[in-house]
Design a protein around this ligand. Structure first.
Ligand code: NAI
Ligand code: AKG
Length: 391
């Protein structure tokens, strides 16, 4: 029986995929796998049996990835599964920023009780809330991954000029991007030319506070900023100062802190980007399927700390090894297996940065001694033996 611990509320569309061999709840004691959304795992002691963590979502900055890798724990996420939900909220943020929709609605509420006067007062007062159309204006999109691409394409179809910047653009992403999205060669190009700037990059040491006073000083006066990626990508005091001075016309963010709440021209959303039933279901389904395939078959799809490696099951015993990406590991493994009279029928191996993963389908008995021998190799972080299973 596999034990799965849920650190957040996960859609039953996902959790119902765990069959009778699974127990899945928030109170599991020593889980083999964890399902998480935004709960922070940084202070958590990682359970001894833990084999995998699946983030039902995109950002993994709430998970101690290096610590997981050192312990041979695979960390999955669900790329693209909530991208449409975020795109729709970004479009809402773009229109709300430009057209002063929130201030207008708040003001309209103040007319409550004015009876027949309301119509006249609305017509008289509405000029305070004039705001420009987005058509014909330039949107700079920083980060052209699953979300950035959808935002860029949608903004173009709403009549905007779109400039995109992503030095690590993947081939798949390039295929998905409208040809009308112009390639910005540097962040400075985005800053200089954009009326609206939206950021869709992961929070990493090199993206932390990338939008700060220096970056803002290179932007147009009255630029509108949108942050539906992570709070830490923006230096909050710098953005706040720029909003107060009018350099930044509006700051729409899904990640407010106390200093931003109630500030004029700051639109604070309560981290709603992925809060749609569709994306909650998509993320939960994908995360559950990734865990099931890893726990039962050792297959890896969409891990952030290991490459994708998977093979169909063909009735062989399977050995899965999470190891350091250093020379000579495969020859050491095959030596140990040959000495134990175990034959390799099929094998896949791939590396990603400091770590690598190998799946070996074998014939011959894999005893506990052999498994221990493999795990004792200094390069091996974790060895698993999965009993034979028919196709
Ligand atoms: N508000 C919300 O509820 C949600 C927020 N997010 C946030 O949005 C981020 C992006 O999500 P996805 O588009 O799904 O991820 P993704 O991994 O598909 O795309 C990220 C893109 O950023 C690019 N990138 C990385 N470093 C960069 C840099 N220094 N400059 C420019 N581009 C850079 C990558 O090449 C990649 O194309 C997530 O990491 C997460 O933090 C994601 C989903 C929901
Ligand atoms: O699960 C959520 O609501 C947050 C989604 C998110 O921020 C992400 O996928 O990175």
């Amino acid at each position: 029986m596999y034990q799965i611990k849920c650190l957040n509320k996960i859609s039953p569309v996902g959790t119902s995929r765990f069959g009778e061999n699974y127990s899945c709840s928030d109170s599991v004691e020593n889980p083999e796998a964890i399902l998480v959304r935004s709960a922070s795992m940084h202070e958590m002691e990682l359970p001894a049996n833990l084999l995998a963590v699946a983030r039902a979502g995109a950002g993994v900055n709430n998970i101690p990835i290096d610590k997981c890798s050192e312990k041979g724990i695979v960390v999955f996420n669900t790329p693209g599964a909530n991208a449409n939900a975020v795109k729709e909220l970004v479009l809402a943020g773009l229109l709300m920023s430009s057209r002063r929709i929130v201030s207008g609605i708040e003001w309209a509420k103040t007319l409550k009780g004015k009876g027949d006067e309301v119509g006249k007062l609305v017509e008289k007062g509405k000029s305070q809330f004039v705001g420009p159309e987005i058509k014909g204006k330039t949107l700079g999109v920083i980060g052209l991954g699953a979300i950035g691409i959808l935002v860029a394409n949608a903004a173009h179809s709403l009549g905007m000029e779109v400039l995109g910047y992503d030095p690590y653009l993947s081939v798949d992403a390039a295929w998905g991007l409208s040809r009308s999205v112009k390639h910005a060669h540097s962040l400075d190009d985005i800053y200089a030319e954009s009326d609206y700037i939206t950021v869709h990059v992961p929070l990493l040491p090199d993206t932390k506070e990338m939008i700060n006073a220096e970056a803002i000083s290179k932007m147009k006066d009255g630029v509108h900023l949108l942050n539906f990626a992570r709070g830490g990508l923006f230096n909050r005091p710098d953005v706040l100062a720029a909003v107060k001075s009018g350099k930044v016309a509006t700051y729409a963010t899904d990640f407010p802190d106390d200093s931003l709440l109630g500030v004029e021209n700051v639109l604070a959303f309560p981290h709603l980007g992925a809060s749609t039933p569709e994306s909650e279901d998509n993320c939960a389904r994908m995360a559950a399927d990734e865990l099931i395939d890893y726990l039962e078959n050792g297959n890896i799809r969409n891990a952030v700390n290991l490459p994708s490696v998977s093979m169909a099951r063909n009735g062989f015993t399977r050995i899965c090894l999470f190891h350091r990406n250093v020379p000579n590991v495969i020859s050491k493994l095959s030596g140990i297996l040959a000495n134990a009279n175990i034959n390799i029928e099929n094998m896949q191996s791939k590396a990603k940065k400091d770590y690598a993963y190998v799946i070996l389908d074998v014939t011959g008995e894999v005893t506990e001694d052999t498994a221990e021998h493999l795990e004792q190799l200094p390069e091996i972080v974790r060895a698993r033996v999965i009993p034979a299973k028919n196709k």
